[in-house]
Design a protein around this ligand. Structure first.
Ligand SMILES: *[C@@H]1O[C@H](CO)[C@@H](O)[C@H](O)[C@H]1NC(C)=O
Ligand SMILES: *[C@@H]1O[C@H](CO)[C@@H](O)[C@H](O)[C@H]1NC(C)=O
Ligand SMILES: *[C@@H]1O[C@H](CO)[C@@H](O)[C@H](O)[C@H]1NC(C)=O
Length: 328
């Protein structure tokens, strides 16, 4: 029953798609969603992204898609990964925080250049945007999973290769174009100082509705990073259409924290404008994609002296340690 319904919707959407392509490229670019609409017209959810627009076909047929489930037992220690270097020029930055209808998005002012290099990168990459993904409940919200488990959210710092390309849109469709640093979010008593600036009640309530924007000054990007030099890296794609496979992912090996109240405030953001019904932005994540034959590398040297024991490997990971601290 549900299946037939989906096929009918798909056929309808293909027809709509053809006419949309003729009428307006712009409308078409925004024609996707994370979840079914409660009311209103059909909008393609993740499993349809690659089917409704030929420019997005990598979303369906790509072999290096993101996000993925990171199985720590599959990670490979790569001794050639260098430390991640964040270059802010010791300056604070200003930027505008937006409700895009899909994400909380912070875009830095153009005069503030923050670059990252090192890690798996041969080039320096410039920070373009910071995006938040989060769940309607604490057990979900992150795009990447760790050993099958989701976190309550995920912050993604989207950078482009400014040595090879002149802007993020050119870089996003080009080889070695993008670098995304991803940090898991957990709910706790304390809050990350950078996220505190974005998510305190005074600030977050300024972007309740789609297209709301709010200027923030004197932000320190380095405060967003958890205190760990350890990361996991793999080659993947953008997690939104057109799903271009041009992204090097770096997943930091420690989460950052936000308070229960801040998570609650995020769930009160609407995907819609004030004149439309309230539809929570939460659960704005793409489901995990197949790893295929990709390699997941890490700079965590978990090899034990003497012999290489797969069962003992994961125990050196920060996440294991943190889980046991919290539950114990
Ligand atoms: C980032 O790179 C650009 C170009 O190489 C450079 O002009 C700028 O100073 C760098 N930014 C920082 C903060 O170092
Ligand atoms: C990005 O750069 C390309 C190549 O230089 C250029 O054609 C395009 O207009 C630029 N796009 C934006 C949005 O600035
Ligand atoms: C990784 O750890 C092992 C065991 O402690 C050590 O022998 C080896 O030199 C380390 N490798 C690197 C590259 O640090």
């Amino acid at each position: 029953m549900e299946m037939l319904w989906e096929i009918a919707l798909l056929q309808a959407s293909v027809l709509l798609c053809v006419s949309a392509q003729h009428s307006s490229h712009k409308i078409h670019e925004g024609w996707w969603a994370y979840k079914e609409m409660v009311q209103g017209s059909f909008v393609p959810v993740p499993s349809f992204w690659g089917l409704v627009n030929s420019a997005w076909n990598l979303c369906s047929v790509g072999k290096r898609q993101s996000p993925i489930n990171i199985e720590t037992s599959h990670m490979i220690f790569d001794p050639f990964l260098t430390p991640l270097r964040i270059n802010t020029g010791s300056r604070k930055v200003s930027g505008t925080m937006y409700n895009t209808g899909r994400h909380v998005s912070l875009r830095l002012d153009k005069e503030h250049l923050v670059n990252v290099s090192g890690g798996p990168m041969a080039y320096s990459h410039r920070l373009e945007e910071i995006r938040l993904h989060f769940g309607s409940e604490d057990s979900q919200g992150s795009e990447h999973l760790l050993n099958g488990q989701a976190f309550s959210g995920e912050v993604q710092l989207i950078h482009y290769n400014h040595e090879l390309y002149s802007n993020v849109s050119e870089a996003s469709r080009s080889p070695h174009g993008l670098l995304v640093v991803s940090i898991f979010i957990k709910v706790s008593e304390m809050a990350n100082p950078f996220l505190n600036r974005l998510l305190n009640r005074d600030t977050i309530t300024r972007i309740t509705y789609k297209n709301d924007a709010y200027l923030l000054q004197s932000l320190n990007i380095e405060e967003l990073y958890p205190e760990t030099p350890s990361f996991i890296t793999y080659e993947g794609s953008m997690t939104v259409p057109a799903c271009y496979e041009t992204v090097s992912w770096i997943i930091m090996n420690k989460p950052v924290y936000i308070t229960r109240m801040q998570m609650h405030s995020l769930r009160l953001l609407s995907q819609n404008q004030p004149s439309q019904i309230f539809l929570s932005m939460s659960d704005n994540f793409r489901p995990v994609q197949l790893l295929n034959n990709r390699c997941i590398r890490t700079n965590i040297n978990f090899s034990l002296p003497g012999k290489d024991c797969p069962n003992n490997r994961a125990q050196k990971l920060q996440y294991r340690a943190q889980h046991s601290v919290q539950s114990g």
